[in-house]
Design a protein around this ligand. Structure first.
Ligand code: AMP
Length: 136
């Protein structure tokens, strides 16, 4: 079976702007920044999505997502954060490997409905990744 893109990132075959890593979890900036600091928290073992991930591994991913959300509010000046995870294509899941989006929200973009638009232009991803990483 062909590896998905997150398995390739985990195995070091594709680069990423890494924020956090331990034996079970990897976190890195989403290549398509919906907002500044948009991060993906990924289980290292391959599971299709949140619903199919064993509870213990799912909890480890959520612990890291919580920490990164806290840092986003404290450090990046976000006014809020969306923590979301898509399950199956009908929900918008495009990478079939369990991951949680941590999406900092800033003044002027309030509200639950979030357009998953690429707003990466002009953002310095290595600098953002370094800033978050240093606080974890
Ligand atoms: P989802 O639609 O919930 O499956 O989200 C998948 C996310 O993976 C999207 O937001 C993509 O921008 C992101 N993505 C895809 N390829 C990469 C990559 N090479 N590095 C970082 N993020 C990626």
């Amino acid at each position: 079976m062909e590896k998905d893109i997150f398995c390739k990132i985990i195995d070091g075959e594709i680069p990423c702007h890494k924020i956090y890593e331990d034996d079970d979890v990897l976190a890195f900036l989403d290549i398509s920044q919906v907002t500044k600091g948009h991060t993906l928290v990924v289980s290292k073992k391959h599971h299709e999505n949140f619903l199919t991930t064993p509870q213990e591994e799912m909890h480890k991913v959520m612990d890291v997502a919580q920490k990164i959300g806290q840092v986003s509010v404290k450090l990046l000046g976000a006014n809020g954060v969306n923590i979301l995870t898509n399950c199956y294509p009908a929900s918008g899941q495009t990478v079939m490997h369990f991951h949680v989006h941590v999406i900092p929200r800033y003044e002027g973009s309030e509200g639950f409905i979030l357009e998953m638009k690429n707003n990466s232009e002009g953002l310095n991803l290595p600098a953002i990744a370094k800033k978050i990483k240093e606080q974890l």
